[in-house]
Design a protein around this ligand. Structure first.
Ligand code: GDP
Length: 301
């Protein structure tokens, strides 16, 4: 139901258009598929992905001998859910069962990285875990303070240095503090300035190296935050970050703010990275583990 309310905008654009289409065309034919393509492209599903979806739908219609659009509507939801489904293991956040788990957050400024870290910290804290945050964005003015505000809201400590200092040093200290305090989960923020891409990517690599050196197998996840409202831009950001660091999962933010939630399908299909978390509002509780069925049901149900 969180998905359902958070996805109102996308639902209104996609589902109601599909429903209209089904009413207007009784018979499944080429024109029906063409209009369906337009609706999905309009929802930012992405051309390549739309072609894949429609191809699969045509296959299903053929093999199951579906001639009537009403019957095909069920199959549309099925195909979309299937397209998003990764195994449970792939979509849930990896955890270190024997001690400290470290998550590294990366992403462009403004996508909602800090907010998401705060929400996630709060969630783990409520599950009874001991959480620590690392203020690894030492570049953007105000970033450290903003993370501290979220730390206060969630009731977790923040390890920080001064603005302009070396983020790798912050993260080094944070891992040491996490170990000595018996922390379960350390979440590291990082800078998101893309104006100087090469420097940023070097910085992220260094941060990651420091974490791995201090704790084998860490970071357990490198989570790339992408803003759903930026549509196809999010895909190109993912490609940029993916070239520089081993991103292990996507956090898709601001799904409540867009009618183009179809971007989820493009991300899953074109990047082959699992969407692990989605955020659906500015409040501390507006974060959800990604669940393909709930998502598609939220769109069409
Ligand atoms: P950062 O620069 O990536 O750290 O981005 P911030 O965490 O500062 O967020 C940028 C803006 O997006 C803030 O105004 C947030 O309140 C807003 N925001 C973050 N997540 C969400 C979300 O899920 N939904 C909506 N509607 N706004 C969000």
């Amino acid at each position: 139901s969180k998905f359902k309310s958070g996805l109102t905008k996308t639902r209104n654009s996609v589902a109601s258009k599909v429903n209209n289409l089904v009413k207007r065309y009784r018979k499944v034919d080429e024109e029906f598929f063409e209009e369906l393509e337009d609706i999905l492209i309009g929802a930012d599903v992405g051309v390549t992905t739309v072609m894949d979806i429609v191809e699969r739908l045509k296959d299903e219609a053929r093999t199951r001998n579906i001639k009537d659009t009403e019957a095909l509507r069920e199959v549309i939801a099925e195909v979309l859910a299937d397209m998003l489904t990764k195994s449970e293991e792939e979509t849930s956040l990896k955890m270190n069962e024997n001690g400290l788990t470290v998550y590294l957050f990366v992403g462009v400024n403004g996508v909602g990285k800090t907010t998401t870290i705060g929400k996630l910290a709060n969630r783990f804290k409520n599950e009874g875990k001991k959480v620590l945050l690392a203020a690894g964005d030492t570049f953007r003015a105000g970033a450290i303070e903003q993370l501290e505000i979220w730390g206060e809201r969630a009731g977790v400590d923040v390890i920080k240095h001064q603005e302009g200092s070396d983020p790798a040093a912050v993260v080094f200290d944070a891992v040491a503090a996490a170990k000595s305090r018996g922390v379960d989960i350390l979440i590291c923020d990082t800078a998101g300035r893309l104006q100087n891409k090469v420097n940023l990517m070097k910085e992220l690599e260094k941060v990651k190296r420091v974490i791995s050196r201090e704790l084998p197998d860490a970071p357990h996840e490198v989570l790339l935050a992408l803003d759903a409202t930026t549509g196809q831009n999010a895909l190109s950001q993912a490609k940029t970050f993916g070239e520089a660091t081993d991103v292990t999962g996507i956090v898709l933010t601001k799904l409540d703010g867009t009618a183009k939630g179809g971007i989820v399908f493009a991300i899953r299909n074109e990047l082959d990275l699992p969407v692990k978390l989605v955020t659906l509002g500015e409040g501390i509780d507006d974060i959800q583990p990604f669940d393909a069925d709930a998502f598609v049901y939220g769109l069409f149900g």
